[in-house]
Design a protein around this ligand. Structure first.
Ligand code: GAP
Length: 459
């Protein structure tokens, strides 16, 4: 039987589809696992999240430089970083159906903690517990599965034409380190930031947009001196949490931290902390923070024969800076926002489902209604108010004259619109409108001339 939390997740996915936030990728052809398409409201929500991130960490900082690197990169990039050899997940196959599963996930689901286990240890555990596939069949041996998608460039079809779709945006920053140093001469500490698509051939994508094969990342490589790493790490941990709570509007109660043990950490990292969000399917990684040392710059320097170094004028020496890396998937923030905001309550005689989105992230900030659709004087006045607000708020305001007022309120509540503005007969005589608050349903009268300032204040 579906649990209460499964039901909530189903309701969120259904709302997201019904109201044009997120659709299954290639749906009319039966979909493609691990891909989802954003509809008009999803685009608005995602853009707001991206814009807020960029404003917070790039535009409002003096020490941050934005880049936008190509998805396709020279294969040597991934040889240098170790991704070709080690960007793998432990895979186990159902010998009958040939369906593939994450060995660590199967162990976890069966009450065995796989953290820190080697491939052969996982294999031994599966065999000693006589674990079966979810379809009840025998499982094969656990083996490595490289998660990078391969493709080929150019007209030749040999091994030299193999390239990978980037599995993280991070390397775009490392390979452009020297370009930014040479063109901008930044002083340490400074960071490179990028938002863009990344691709991972996840063995078991799922939980809606949580584990995707095509995802979007927002990453920063923050270059520092080795001796300051611990202080910088803590400062970034604070900045990330502040961003999630104060800017994105997630509830602090739904966030927790998880520090990777020595066995769990990637080999290049000296400290990794995940910020987890309480999704309905469990507390899972939302944001990652890693101290990557000078591993990447050194490796690229070695493989490319181009030293990736910083020249310290005071001390007169060159060195590869160390790196603190805050990394997050945009889609995971979108999902956290939807789960955090989803509410079911009773308003008057009616049950309603609504999204308690912060005005900052809400795709529609205000909806404008004429009280009655068949009164041209009300419709014209409402259109004037809509035009006025559109000049400041663009596509984040909406005009709606469909159905009765109650229905329009429900529709806007469902998509998380914080304010509804109704033009009625009183408006025609005194230029005031009713402003309704989504969460309480309370209404107040306010002058049209005050609307822009009031909406701006909420953002
Ligand atoms: N450059 C470091 C890096 O990529 P990661 O922990 O593998 O580290 C960073 O990924 C963030 O990207 C994660 O915290 C998560 O938010 C997001 N992410 C990773 N894999 C994902 C996937 N398959 N689907 C959606 N988001 C993903």
């Amino acid at each position: 039987m579906a649990s209460e939390k499964d039901k909530i997740m189903e309701n969120i996915i259904s709302l997201a589809k019904r109201r044009g936030f997120i659709f299954q990728g290639s749906e009319i052809y039966g979909g493609l696992a691990g891909t989802w398409d954003y509809g008009p409201l999803g685009v608005g929500l995602k853009k707001n999240i991206r814009d807020l991130w960029w404003k917070t960490f790039v535009d409002d900082s003096d020490d941050m430089y934005g880049i936008d690197a190509a998805v396709l990169m020279n294969s040597k990039v991934w040889e240098a970083t170790g991704h070709v050899a080690t960007f793998t997940d432990p895979l186990v196959e159902d010998v009958k159906t040939k369906k593939r599963y994450r060995a660590d996930h199967l162990l976890e689901e069966n009450g065995v903690n796989p953290n820190g286990m080697s491939l052969s240890q996982m294999d031994a555990e599966i065999k000693s517990h006589k674990l079966k596939s979810p379809d009840g069949n025998m499982l094969g041996d656990v083996r490595h599965f490289n998660m990078m998608f391969q493709t080929k460039v150019g007209a030749t079809d040999d091994s030299s034409s193999v390239v990978y779709l980037r599995p993280e945006t991070a390397q775009g920053m490392f390979v452009n380190f020297k370009n930014v140093i040479d063109s901008f001469h930044p002083k340490l500490p400074f960071g490179l930031a990028q938002i863009g698509k990344a691709f991972r051939n996840e063995i078991t994508p799922g939980n809606f947009i949580f584990r995707l094969r095509e995802l979007e990342q927002m990453e920063i490589e923050y270059f520092i001196r080795e001796e300051e790493w611990a202080g910088q790490f803590n400062s970034w941990l604070g900045r990330i949490k502040e961003f999630l709570v104060k800017i994105i509007g997630l509830s602090a109660d739904h966030l927790s931290e998880y520090e990777h043990s020595d066995e769990e950490r990637s080999f290049y990292s000296k400290k990794t902390v995940d910020i987890l969000f309480d999704y309905p399917f469990g507390a899972k990684e939302l944001y990652g923070l890693a101290y990557r040392t000078d591993y990447d710059l050194k490796k690229h320097g070695e493989y490319s024969s181009v030293p990736l170094e910083y020249f310290d004028e005071k001390e007169g020496k060159r060195f590869s800076p160390h790196v603190i890396e805050p990394a997050v998937g945009v889609d995971r923030i979108v999902l956290a926002v939807l789960c955090d905001a989803y509410r079911e309550d009773q308003m008057g005689d009616e049950k309603r489902a609504y999204l308690k989105l912060s005005p900052k992230v809400a795709p529609i900030k205000a909806a404008i209604f004429p009280l009655l659709k068949n009164k041209p004087e009300l419709v014209n006045k409402a259109r004037d108010v809509y035009k006025l607000l559109k000049s400041d708020f663009h596509s984040s305001v909406m005009f709606d004259d469909n159905g009765n007022i109650g229905k329009r309120y429900r529709r806007q509540d469902e998509i998380g619109t914080p304010f509804c503005i109704t033009i009625d007969f009183e408006t025609l005589s005194d230029d005031t409108v009713t402003l309704r608050d989504r969460d309480s349903g309370k209404q107040e009268r306010i002058k049209i001339s005050e609307l822009t300032v009031l909406l701006k204040k909420s953002l």
